[in-house]
Design a protein around this ligand. Structure first.
Ligand code: CDP
Length: 220
């Protein structure tokens, strides 16, 4: 069986990793390359955070965060989803078990569609799609990730200061890794892709190579 047959069966590719590691860029490129639909699961948590923020809800209240997850509608084009205050609140609300449960089904349905899918997030390979065909864990040093995030924010016309962004990345790493439910950690069978010394194109090329290799190996 070759790669094409695999595609018909629908490969599920899980892409996890910390903030600003490049996992979103890699996941989108993999989806385009392999002709698979893509879900950025971070957007779900960001949408909950944005709802909460707009209502003036309290991120320290799990009950209010859960209310913000109810009837979630998401406009991926909304610039505020990617603002720093919303990123911070997203990191807090994503630690609540009830919020994660509320968002579980739509992610699992997306991963389970017959044509296959690429999902990126923190817990795709460990919780959402533990039997994914390929699991990538994309990472980079906090300093490199902070530089990338600063560039991205400035390009979007948003204010960004390296020291603040680095501190924020470190505290989000700590929260994401330490939380009791679905903490950020590579699945035992994940392939670690460290992009600290790779530019965008090199990281994408390496990810495509690794996924092809994994899918090929599974089909032998
Ligand atoms: O782009 P970045 O990596 O900074 O963030 P994101 O992937 O959009 O995720 C926003 C927040 O949602 C993160 O701080 C994570 O804590 C949380 N998240 C999560 O808990 N589980 C996921 N599957 C995806 C995101």
């Amino acid at each position: 069986m070759g790669l094409t047959d695999r595609k018909e069966k629908g490969a599920v590719v899980a892409v996890d990793g910390p903030a600003a590691s490049g996992k979103g860029t890699i996941a989108r490129a993999l989806a385009a390359h392999f002709g698979l639909p893509h879900m950025d699961t971070g957007l779900l948590y960001r949408a909950v955070a944005l709802n909460l923020w707009r209502w003036g809800g309290d991120p320290a209240s799990e009950f209010e965060a859960l209310r913000a997850a109810d009837m979630l509608s998401i406009d991926p084009a909304d610039e505020e989803l990617r603002s720093e205050p919303v990123s911070r609140i997203a990191s807090s609300v994503s630690a609540y078990p009830s919020v994660r449960t509320a968002l579980l089904k739509r992610q699992q349905d997306f991963a389970g569609q017959p044509g296959g899918a690429v999902l990126d997030g923190r817990d795709i390979g460990t919780v959402i799609a533990p039997s994914a065909d390929v699991k990538l864990f994309v990472t980079a040093s906090p300093e490199v990730r902070a530089q990338r995030r600063v560039r991205e924010l400035l390009e979007r016309g948003m204010p960004a200061h390296y020291e603040d962004v680095l501190a924020d990345i470190r505290s989000r790493d700590a929260r994401d890794t330490a939380r009791a439910v679905a903490p950020l950690k590579p699945a035992p069978d994940a392939i670690i892709l460290d992009t600290s010394n790779l530019d965008r194109d090199a990281a994408i090329a390496e990810a495509i190579r690794v996924v092809k290799e994994r899918l090929g190996a599974k089909n032998r």
